[in-house]
Design a protein around this ligand. Structure first.
Ligand code: AGP
Length: 630
């Protein structure tokens, strides 16, 4: 989830366009900084050379660098703001990456799944690498093809031809932009499973990871399709496929204002991020298993022998991340048969917990800076435990202080209330559980492959829920005056119920409470009175242990006392209809994976109700995105 900008202006003076590559790229990066702020960099083509600057940290660090070391005037350039995936947020790992003796610069958004094998191939050819990134491997591959396969012949399509051949070797998700000193008025870009749009100007053309990269200069955009390459000059835009055949892009007019463009056209980052969830889950799964269903968690870096000796897992987290841990508990215990406790970080170290060298600590944190969780991890390490961080922010403190890390790839989560990071955390926790089951032999390869196949279907199922969000949105708007809402769930539906309650508390400042449905008759049912709204997360009727019939009984219990029941149920579940004011159906999926779907309607409901109340859904009162105090 990085920010990418490309520009080519008319080389015959600036009378027509009046822009320089530096102006356009920096303005675009400023608007795209929300997509990633681990580092920023720029490369321009001038006087037969590539000149580039890059700095870790926010865009302001790059601006300071440019003040200190200005770039030459140029009308061809590319720029990048990074959300780190492979390799920490350092100057070295910042984009652009150079190759072909510094004559080629490349920037990238996505994950090159086969970068390790390509790197070995290039090292064997004598290529030296300065960074830990997959992007540098792509840059080296492109430079090697341009120079050694094509002989640096720019007449034969040059950089475009090299990009075609390189893309034929790359696997995974990527948006690539490249410039070459020998082709001063060209930017070549390619995309697969990662966004890229073209901006059409007069005597100038643009590229962006989204339209906010060039919205200040043009509103004529062309959306590219899968596996396409685009070559832009000041006066031309040529689209081909990865084998050089002509291809078409879809032109459209951008009618967003710049502010909403940064939110992908949504009114809030919160709504944008809810709609980012198919991608957040898909990107977190990407590159972590092979075609045989074998998990390859390279970054986990804990001695497998140690993982085999683990006799207890303790998940440490706060808030929504703790609910992700609760979901993970059911899956990890079922798949790995390892006792798994979920502890609120701020409670953990004050209860004199039992922790030793055979305990595996799994911290879950979107920000990687939550002080409660950081202190709990430090405490557990002092007791001799091994620690794994599930985190969304590359290079943040908690993963840095952990023995191993499993990054979620949800991209920057700007809204304070967590949504896409939550689904990505659950996904990463499933991957960890399956990896442990694979390592310890609790699951056969075929079983793991089947579960991974079910997980791979989740992004499309989330998208189906989002495509039908109108009904739940209307209910949220209609219930704007609600004073209290209860949420019930069983099994993995219980943490989903608690997360649904937290979303409503955070966004709409309404009293809301999540309960285990079986707990109702042990006290909370006294809360039920006429008209009390109660959400019920119903498990699949195909599940085991007759959980479904017990939850349907719970619905009847509250309904008999006047509750207004709103049910989240699996498509085809007719049994719930008789006892529900409203039923919102989610696609069929195995019970353990259902939280990735059942949560989405609850997020949409909370957002719609808070919006109807006129509240700021991105920055709710009293809250901070990262709680860095204990
Ligand atoms: C989520 O909606 C909340 N904003 C909050 O509970 C958050 O999940 C919690 O503070 C933990 O943050 P972390 O994931 O960055 O550690």
């Amino acid at each position: 989830m990085c920010g990418i900008v490309g520009y080519v202006g008319r080389t015959s003076g600036r009378a027509d366009a009046g822009h320089t590559a530096l102006d356009v790229v920096l303005e675009g990066l400023r608007r795209l900084e929300y997509r990633g702020y681990d580092s920023a960099g720029i490369a321009v083509v001038a006087d037969g050379e590539i000149s580039s600057r890059k700095k870790s940290g926010k865009l302001s660090n790059l601006l300071a660098e440019l003040d200190a070391r200005p770039l030459p005037e140029s009308l061809t350039g590319i720029g990048h703001t990074r959300w780190a995936t492979h390799g920490g947020p350092t100057d070295q790992n910042a984009h652009p990456h150079l190759s072909d003796g510094g004559k080629l610069a490349l920037i990238h958004n996505g994950i090159i799944e086969n970068f390790a094998e390509l790197k070995l191939e290039l090292v064997a050819k004598g290529v030296e690498f300065a960074s830990e990134t997959d992007t540098e491997v792509a840059a080296a591959l492109l430079g090697d093809i341009f120079r050694n396969k094509l002989g640096g012949d720019v007449s034969d399509g040059g950089l475009t031809r090299a990009m075609e051949l390189a893309c034929q070797r790359l696997e995974g998700a990527f948006t690539l932009l490249a410039v070459h000193a020998d082709q001063p008025d060209v930017v070549v870009a390619a995309r697969r499973n990662s966004p890229l749009v073209v901006g059409l100007g007069e005597g100038e053309n643009f590229l962006g990871s989204d339209v906010s990269g060039f919205i200040d200069y043009t509103r004529r955009a062309v959306e590219l399709g899968q596996d396409q390459i685009v070559t832009i000059t000041a006066d031309s835009v040529t689209i081909t496929d990865f084998f050089g055949a002509p291809a078409e892009g879809k032109e459209y007019h951008v009618n967003w204002d710049p502010e909403s463009a940064e939110k992908g056209g949504f009114p809030s980052f919160m709504e944008k991020e809810i709609h980012d969830q198919p991608d957040a889950v898909g990107q977190t799964l990407l590159g972590r298993s092979d075609i045989h269903g074998k998990l390859t968690l390279d970054e986990l870096r804990i001695d497998p022998a140690l993982l085999k000796s683990v006799d207890k897992i303790i998940v440490l987290a706060c808030g929504t991340s703790a609910y992700a841990g609760q979901v993970a508990k059911y899956a990890i215990e079922h798949w790995c048969r390892i006792p798994t406790e979920v502890e609120l970080s701020h409670e953990f170290r004050y209860r004199d917990p039992i922790v030793d060298a055979n305990t595996l600590i799994v911290s879950i944190s979107q920000s990687g800076e939550t002080m409660d969780t950081l202190m709990a991890v430090r405490y557990a390490k002092e007791q001799g435990a091994k620690t794994v961080s599930i985190c969304n922010t590359n290079g943040s403190t908690i993963p840095r202080e952990s023995d191993a890390v499993l990054y979620t790839h949800a991209g920057p989560e700007i809204a304070v209330a967590s949504t896409k990071a939550f689904l990505a955390q659950i996904t990463a926790a499933y991957l960890l559980g399956l990896y442990l089951a694979q390592l310890r032999g609790n699951k056969f390869q075929g079983e793991i492959k089947d579960i991974l196949a079910d997980l791979a279907k989740i992004p499309a199922k989330i998208q189906r829920i989002l495509d039908n969000e109108g009904q739940i949105k209307e209910l949220g708007e209609a219930m704007a005056d609600a004073k209290s809402v209860l949420f019930l769930g069983r099994h993995v539906g219980f943490p989903v119920a608690m997360e649904g309650a937290l979303k409503l508390k955070e966004l709409a400042y309404i009293h809301a409470e999540g309960f285990a449905a079986g707990e109702l008759k042990h006290g909370p049912i006294a809360l039920i009175e006429e008209g009390q709204p109660v959400f019920v997360v119903v498990p699949s009727p195909r599940g085991r242990d007759s959980l479904h019939s017990k939850v349907v009984s719970n619905i009847q219990e509250v309904r008999a006392r006047g509750a207004k029941t709103i049910v989240i149920a699996e498509e085809g579940d007719e049994a719930v209809k008789a006892y529900a004011e409203h039923v919102f159906y989610i696609p069929e999926t195995p019970t353990l994976l259902a939280p990735l779907l059942a949560t989405v309607p609850l997020q949409i409901f909370a957002l719609a109700l808070a919006t109807a109340k006129g509240y700021d859904v991105d920055q709710p009162r009293n809250l901070a995105k990262s709680v860095t105090v204990e």
